[in-house]
Ligand binder design. Structure first.
Ligand code: T4K
Length: 374
């Protein structure tokens, strides 16, 4: 039976009030300056420096290009190895491979699904140049251990921070960890610029390369010294970011209420494992993943997914398949080498999560999960 709830999707973009956005873009009309690091671009960049508590932020057309160009900016030798997680959105892996580098997949921690730091050192070879972990679902990686390993072996650390906008660990902004942290501001994220992304970094020389690479490698009108591409955030996207940033605290408070309601409802269901907020983390409530143990719950993840869907509730299998099991990589890799990531990918389901999600709908979703019928 499809009712009022027939259009519930896994997420829904947060929008500022329409008038506020119109006000923000008026000056773009007046100036006729639409892109190429205009006034809105610079304004958002400055606001994000404050928000992230960092000195340097480079804006991009999306999170993927922030990651891909960051890797390019380091100028690693072709064929070098990057230790990363297969438990992520495919963008992470593609960004490495599209730079002519080899991803080396490390298994994950079964509690928070981030890279298992105890397994990183065994994967280091004389070709390893970097570690590229992901703060998946907004769960923060073991940043201290990762930095210790990187320092010991002379490796760069590039965080895929796509899910962790606005978070803090031990009071420190998540954007401050590693050599670079790359964020996504896609429409589906807790903070969106429609499409967009950013790289936060400390090395100013790296920043100059990033700035040039996102604009075709142009250094000045007569000097092109890098093989760049076009990955600049335009003025309309920057304006959306300026507006959404004003409402960010409100966004997080509403998400927190949704998260708490899920927790209340699902806490004691045998065979359903919930994602716990880590100690010392100021969380952003980006996703609500559950992991189904079919032998205890009595239904598989796929059966639960279909049951929800048949009742108008769209959940998603983020992240299935894992990168090393995807068609484009599975000939080169064996997903059995990362058994924990593989197992979780077969059992995970991310439930609808967004700030405007009505608590009544959350109750309905939870009731389906609890009763296994509608
Ligand atoms: N690294 C990680 C770890 C990532 O998760 C991502 C992106 C990236 C890097 C790359 O960042 P970006 O280059 O994308 O900035 C979505 C997003 O497109 C993607 O940004 C995100 N991760 C990934 C986890 O999810 P799809 O293919 O699942 O999106 P789609 O179109 O099925 O949308 C999901 C739901 O979102 C829809 O059911 C409804 C809602 N939605 C979607 C759009 C497009 C909206 O409410 N508004 C919208 O405009 O990939």
């Amino acid at each position: 039976m499809i009712s009022k709830v027939d259009k519930i999707l896994v997420t829904r973009s947060s929008m500022p009030p329409m008038e506020e956005y119109f006000d923000e873009i008026k000056s773009i009309w007046e100036s006729h300056w639409l892109t190429n690091m205009g006034i809105k671009h610079v304004e958002l960049q400055n606001e994000l420096k404050r928000k992230f508590d960092v000195d340097n932020v480079e804006l991009f057309t999306n999170g993927h290009m922030a990651l891909e160009m960051t890797i390019q900016a380091f100028g690693f030798e072709e064929g070098s190895e990057v230790i990363t997680t297969p438990y992520t959105f495919i963008s992470t892996t593609h960004a490495i491979v599209r730079n002519g580098l080899k991803p080396v997949f490390c298994d994950i921690n079964p509690e928070n699904y981030t890279i298992d730091v105890d397994k990183i050192e065994d994967l280091i070879t004389d070709k390893t140049v970097a570690i590229l972990p992901v703060h998946v679902y907004g769960n923060i990686c073991d940043v201290e251990r990762i930095q210790q390993i990187a320092d010991k072996h002379g490796l760069k650390v590039i965080y895929d921070a796509a899910h962790s906008f606005g978070e803090k660990y031990n009071g420190k902004s998540v954007a401050q960890f590693g050599d670079v942290s790359c964020f996504s501001f896609h429409a589906t994220k807790v903070f969106n610029t429609i499409e967009g992304g950013a790289a936060c970094y400390s090395d100013r020389a790296l920043g100059t390369r990033l700035y040039q690479l996102k604009n075709f490698g142009i250094a000045d009108e007569e000097t092109i010294n890098g093989i760049g591409a076009n990955a600049k955030m335009n003025e309309f996207c920057a304006a959306m970011g300026i507006c959404n940033l004003r409402h960010f605290d409100e966004e997080i408070a509403k998400r927190k209420a949704v998260y708490s309601r899920y927790l209340e409802n699902l806490e004691d269901i045998p065979g359903i494992k919930l994602n716990r907020i880590q100690r010392d983390v100021k969380y952003n409530y980006a996703y609500f993943p559950i992991v189904v143990d079919p032998s205890v719950y009595g239904k598989t993840r796929d059966e639960l997914h279909d049951l929800l869907l048949n009742n108008g509730m769209g959940s998603r299998k983020y992240f299935y398949p894992i990168s090393n099991a995807c068609d484009c990589y599975s000939k080169e890799y064996d997903a059995e080498d990362t058994p924990i990531a593989l197992s979780i990918s077969h059992n995970v389901l991310t439930l609808p999560m967004y700030s405007d999600l009505e608590l009544e709908i959350v109750d309905k979703i939870c009731n389906i999960i609890r009763t296994k019928c509608f």
